[in-house]
Design a protein around this ligand. Structure first.
Ligand code: NAD
Length: 496
């Protein structure tokens, strides 16, 4: 018998017709007429044909976004933008089962995560709706003689290119759209080629919510389309999430017209377990810090440092826990880990599994692709725990973006802070201990945008998230996120 995925009733959006680009409020084919296939990673089968944006479509989308920015959208008050974002939140909530199903089919995230994803997606829209009307300039005292008054106003930066990876198609799209719209910007969104369906559907919901044509454009396509967008002279700001390597391309492409750039990039985050931690909480905590979303999370705590006196016991429990996780059909509500997003990603991750073994690490759980009959056509990898890892191994240094933990012992706190920081990245980090002094010392010592203490992967619309070092710059979430989409104008008034 096939897996549920093969018998599922598909959302109406998947009507067998090619999915089109959203440009200037209209659904249109690509100028080149080209399409590409979106593949279901659980089955390896084609889900839909997608219009493939190229440079000509990017020109049209940027022109539409510019017209909308300078046209009616510029007249909208912050209160109007708030109202439309709240309307969009309502529609996303109403259609959430469909959107979640599209993401599960398109990128393999388990359907069991729907409630948490709904809370986040709707929460982000409501949070930025609130900030739309509570973000202001300042009145500023100055030293000029006479009656001279000075104040600042916050103005939208302009046309935003939002370029996203695949690992949370809907959530990542909303994370960029909501603050950009709250600030009064217009957007050309380029979702990842591996999972464009829910962002395309979100584009339709934006129109239904009453967001004017051209304010939100969605152009599915490959790196070529992203590169055209990043270099486009009509774009004022790039908000990019993806790999560090492409982030570096983006910076170079932005130079032509000095675009503003914010970058949410890769990671190789340390997660540190002291012997005095609540190990019953730390075992599942450390496991799911990596295995959630099959390891396809930028801030996954993939370098697990365990204090030597509990290392062996901890790794044994971790391996046991990993083996209890249910990997399989992501449409089955009891599944905890779905497939990786693509055959390319499968090849990358299994390549690292092989490399780890060759380098002398021992897979105490997993370590292989899952080839059971029902899952053989999909891209499933067993949750893997490597022990006997040393810091210099590729599996301990490079971002794998799969369900792979590298466990390493440590002896003292200064040593583990130094080793935790011995990476080019600085995105997430974790520490598990009952000792508040050690927790605080680690939190202060680690050079990372987030430190989780006795928890991992907690995220909230109100709490900023972003990277140090080669994990990027700029912050998403929180009030700081709005600054990424705003200019500050100083105004002086001399009265007599
Ligand atoms: P990627 O960098 O290959 O692709 C990301 C996006 O950039 C895609 O839409 C792609 O089409 C586009 N792109 C590719 N080449 C481009 C170019 N030259 N110019 C402009 N755009 C281009 O990343 P990926 O493999 O899709 O995603 C995985 C990466 O994303 C990992 O490194 C992960 O850590 C990172 N990520 C970071 C965060 C974060 O918040 N820091 C979140 C999720 C994922």
């Amino acid at each position: 018998m096939g897996i549920l995925n093969e018998q599922a009733v598909l959302p109406a959006f998947l009507d067998g017709k090619p999915k089109l680009l959203l440009i200037d409020g209209k659904l249109v084919p690509a100028k080149s007429g080209r399409t590409f296939k979106s593949i279901n990673p659980a089955t390896g089968k084609v889900l839909a044909e997608i219009a493939e944006a190229g440079p000509a479509d990017i020109d049209l989308a940027v022109a539409a976004a510019r017209r909308a920015f300078e046209g009616p959208w510029s007249k909208w008050k912050a209160f109007d933008r708030q109202a439309v974002l709240l309307k969009l939140a309502e529609l996303v909530d109403k259609h959430f089962d469909e959107l979640a199903m599209l993401d599960t089919l398109d990128m393999g995230g388990p359907i069991a995560g729907t409630a948490a994803k709904r809370k986040r997606a709707v929460g982000l829209l409501r949070f930025y709706a609130g900030l739309a009307t509570s973000t202001h300039g300042q009145t500023i005292e100055n030293s000029m003689a006479g009656e001279v008054f000075s104040y600042t106003v916050k103005e939208p930066v302009g046309v935003v290119a939002a370029i996203n990876p695949w690992n949370g198609p809907l959530g990542l799209a909303i994370w960029k759209l909501a603050p950009a719209l709250a600030c009064g910007c217009t957007v050309v969104l380029k979702p990842a080629e591996q999972a464009p369906l829910s962002p395309l559907r979100l584009g339709e919901l934006c129109l239904e919510a009453g967001i004017p044509p051209g304010v939100v454009n969605v152009v599915a396509g490959f790196g070529e389309a992203g590169a055209a967008l990043a270099a486009h002279p009509g774009v004022d700001k790039i908000a990019f999430t993806g790999s560090t390597e492409v982030g570096q391309h983006i910076i170079r492409a932005s130079a032509g017209n000095l675009k503003r750039v914010s970058l949410e990039l890769g990671g190789k985050s340390p997660n540190i377990v002291f012997a005095d931690a609540d190990l019953d909480a730390a075992v599942p905590g450390a496991a799911m810090a990596v295995f959630a979303n099959s390891g396809q999370i930028c801030s996954a705590g993939t370098r697990l440092f365990v204090e030597r006196k509990v290392h062996d016991e901890f790794v044994e429990k971790l391996a046991k826990f990993a083996k209890t996780l249910k990997v399989g059909d992501p449409l089955d509500p009891t599944t905890q880990l779905g497939p990786l997003v693509s055959d390319t990603q499968l090849e990358r991750v299994t390549g690292y599994l092989q490399r780890g073994k060759t380098d002398g690490a021992e897979a105490v759980a997993g370590g292989n692709r899952i080839t059971d009959a029902a899952l053989a056509e999909g891209y499933f990898v067993a949750p893997t725990v490597f022990s006997n890892v040393v810091d210099s191994m590729a599996i301990a240094r490079e971002e794998i973006f799969g369900p792979v933990i590298s466990a390493m012992p440590f002896d003292d706190i200064d040593e583990v802070i130094r080793r935790g920081n011995d990476t080019e990245y600085g995105l997430g980090s974790g520490v598990w201990t009952r000792n508040i002094n050690n927790a605080q010392k680690v939190a202060k010592g680690l050079r990372a945008g987030t430190v989780w203490i006795n928890c991992y992967q907690a995220m909230d619309p109100a709490v900023p998230f972003g990277g140090y070092k080669m994990s990027g710059y700029g912050r998403e979430s929180g009030t700081e996120h709005m600054d990424e989409f705003l200019q500050t104008k100083a105004v002086w008034i001399k009265t007599t």
